[in-house]
Design a protein. Structure first.
Length: 282
């Protein structure tokens, strides 16, 4: 069956490479600078980045330049698709969508740049759903309907060991970071309206993770759901949380355990977890 729609996303979506290859999802890399060295984020190993962050080595992130999008779009257009749907990290956190729009203006087929208002696996699951619809031969309108439903229904939660790194990157206020460090408050954070917001505070790791798990179960509902946990240097903790989620959800469809995007890790710090629940039915 001829594919009518090409799907493009960015590397913060944490789409497993085998899934991207199977579904033909193009992934554009964000850029990460550690000290004086700049690379595509896929080239930066997590242990080295975590050590640099603990040693206060400067770490910064940048969106892909427009040419990185242009060549992906040009390849898709050359394959004969009717449209390209390009789905990306929230504009409240990155200028990735702006770069995509600059490139889209140079392409001869329609390119729909979508600000997902999410990131991590909560971006990845809707991207995968859109790509599955495209692989089944759906029209651009049909793919967009699938995507928009998934984006509306998906929840992203975040646990961090310390608010220090979010404060460094400007993602949370200085006073909140100081209070969290001083009182050992482990916050449960949520992506809301495209930015990181505080959902709840727990004194200590165990209470915070219980709250995150309970919230994820509530948001997942009772129907089929895709569930994922991603982590930055916290594999054992991530596996425990994923097991707890799966044991409490009646219809888990897809289960994903991944190292988080290095870009997300640069903002959240070592020990961080991301939890994504994405109901599969309208």
């Amino acid at each position: 069956m001829r594919r009518r729609v090409a799907i493009v996303t960015d590397s913060t979506a944490s789409v497993p490479l085998d899934v991207a290859d199977r579904l033909g999802i193009s992934i554009v890399q964000l850029e990460l600078t550690v000290g004086a060295e700049q690379n595509d984020e896929r080239r930066v190993l997590h242990p080295q980045m975590a050590e640099a962050m603990r040693n206060n080595v400067p770490v910064s992130t940048n969106p892909p330049p427009p040419p990185a999008f242009y060549w992906n779009y040009a390849d898709a257009a050359a394959s004969g698709v009717e449209a390209i749907i390009s789905i990306h990290i929230s504009e409240g956190m990155s200028q990735t969508c702006q770069s995509a729009r600059i490139a889209a203006a140079e392409i001869g087929v329609p390119v729909y740049v979508v600000d997902a208002r999410l990131t991590g696996l909560s971006l990845g699951f809707p991207v995968i759903a859109a790509a599955e619809a495209a692989a089944a031969g759906a029209t651009p309108h049909g793919v967009m309907n699938v995507l928009e439903h998934r984006l509306r229904s998906t929840t992203q939660l975040l646990y961090v060991d310390t608010l220090e790194y979010l404060q460094r990157s400007g993602r949370i206020g200085r006073a909140q970071a100081w209070v969290g460090q001083a009182l050992s408050i482990k916050p449960v954070l949520i992506m809301k309206d495209g930015v990181i917001d505080q959902l709840a505070k727990g004194i200590g790791e165990e209470r915070a993770l219980r709250k995150a798990i309970a919230t994820a179960v509530e948001r997942a509902g009772r129907g089929p759901v895709d569930v994922g946990v991603e982590h930055f240097e916290a594999a054992d903790r991530a596996k425990e949380v994923l097991d707890a989620l799966c044991s409490r959800l009646p219809q888990v469809r897809r289960v994903t355990l991944e190292e988080t995007s290095a870009i997300i890790g640069a903002h959240t710090g070592p020990g961080a977890l991301g939890i994504a629940v994405s109901p599969a039915n309208p």
